[in-house]
Design a protein. Sequence first.
Length: 256
Amino acid sequence: MEKEELRELLEHLHDKYNRAEFIEPDPISIPHSFSDRHDREISGFLAAAIAWGNRKAIVKSARRMMQYMDYAPADYVRNASAEELRHLQTYVHRTFNGQDFTDFVLCMRHIVERWGGIGEFFESQYEATQDMAQVLSLFRREFFAAEHNPHCEKHLSSIDKGAACKRLNMYLRWFVRRDERGVDFGLWRRIPMSALYLPLDVHTGNMGRALGLLKRKQSDWKATAEITAALREFDADDPVRYDYSLFGAGIDGYLK
């Protein structure tokens, strides 16, 4: 496919799928159910943390998370008592269990108490480093500085181990990207959209290879950097908006 033909396809699919109708069946619907910034950040982080597999099941499980937190996730992270935290033990979503849920709440509490919020951490660390890859490493280190059971660590990918960090990059897309479409929030204005990386998973990796955007066979961090660089050739200021295009290409059957 010639570059201009590919550009037209990416733009067509972006226009088709970056719409408000995308929200309801997607995990981004969880933070969209709140108006407060910190409620959105906390609920969005948890929804992103369990975002693998069937989207319908992810959304259902993330909504149960909010029920466990009395639909006040930011307040719960700051103030839940030991007794209230014990109620989380009955939660399960695939391999993400109640203890993982508890540990994630306590690790988020550490971030909130030290930095003021998850967004404040990402914004300040990006301003200090000007390198989102480095910020992903710093965030994981800071997150797990709180006491936790090692089992939960597998639910937050490590860029230092070469992981694609799909769920973290998706979360960053939600809170950094901004446009008139109203899907992504654009709350973290101190991070430029150009700094983002594509949320790469098996699906987007296969689609990227089919469209000639990615040559690397493994869907790891090197592949994430490669496909994001390819997308920057089409929009250097906002390359990750084509996440919608790669999602839509699969729905529309461009990968045969």
